[in-house]
Design a binder for this molecule. Structure first.
Ligand SMILES: C[S@@+](CC[C@H](N)C(=O)[O-])C[C@H]1O[C@@H](n2cnc3c(N)ncnc32)[C@H](O)[C@@H]1O
Length: 217
């Protein structure tokens, strides 16, 4: 279902975002995760990070992993990057750019431990379906950039989009799935995977969750 988005709170202008907010252009050139995080660690990618709840929680929960969020909206990319900077989460950063381009043009084969896609824009009108991120080319790049045993997590509240994406995954990739993912019980008011999951569940709407695995060769 379509939900209006509230204005974002202001970002503290004194906050230094230089470590946590990058542009597509800054990532261009040969892929070098060490330049991003100062080390080589398992890398997870989130497509469309929105306000950054998943990225913050995942980076805080797993300090041995690195997390790269991609967000096409500058204001949301800045907002999520500010959250990371405030919590000094140096194992995560935001790229302001188009996830399709980051996957197709920047990421080499097999570099990702996981790809997370939560509540991608549904582009409701049929003539706009071609703008959906869950398309054949994009999902082939997801498969290519995942390492063996790596996982794709895809959740949405739009059943028709969920079914459509699963059909493309079945037809266009060898990813194994879908595995159903049961909902967890929220133990505090922000205990949700993402802001959109929170809003959807608080409105008692269904969430469709799936997980796929790249098989070992
Ligand atoms: C419906 S929101 C969901 C945000 C977040 N994942 C959540 O669940 O709360 C979709 C987000 O994806 C971003 N987005 C849409 N197309 C994108 C693209 N091609 N690359 C990166 N981000 C994109 C939008 O700007 C928006 O912030």
């Amino acid at each position: 279902m379509m939900m209006a988005r509230r204005a974002l709170p202001k970002i503290n202008p004194a906050l230094d975002l230089s470590r946590h907010l990058l542009t597509f252009e800054q990532l261009s050139g040969p892929w070098d995760a060490t330049a991003l995080f100062g080390r080589r660690a398992p890398l997870e990618l989130e497509v469309g990070s929105g306000k950054g709840l998943f990225l913050c929680n995942a980076a805080a929960a797993d300090r041995d992993g690195d997390f790269l969020g991609i967000e096409v909206s500058r204001k949301y990319a800045r907002f999520a990057a500010a959250k990371l900077a405030k919590r000094k989460l140096d194992n995560a950063c935001l790229v302001h750019g188009d996830a399709s381009r980051v996957l197709a043009e920047l990421l080499p084969d097999g570099v990702l431990r996981a790809v997370h896609i939560y509540f991608p824009d549904p582009w409701w009108k049929k003539r706009h379906h071609k703008r959906r991120i869950m398309n054949a080319r994009f999902l082939q790049h997801v498969q290519r950039t995942l390492r063996a045993g790596g996982q794709l997590h895809f959740w949405t509240d739009v059943k028709s989009y969920f079914d459509h994406a699963l059909a493309i995954l079945e037809r266009e990739t060898d990813l194994k799935g879908p595995r159903a993912v049961p909902p967890s019980v929220a133990t505090h008011p922000m205990d949700y995977r993402t802001h959109f999951e929170r809003r959807t569940r608080l409105q008692h709407q269904a969430v469709y969750r799936s997980r796929f695995t790249k098989q070992t060769a």
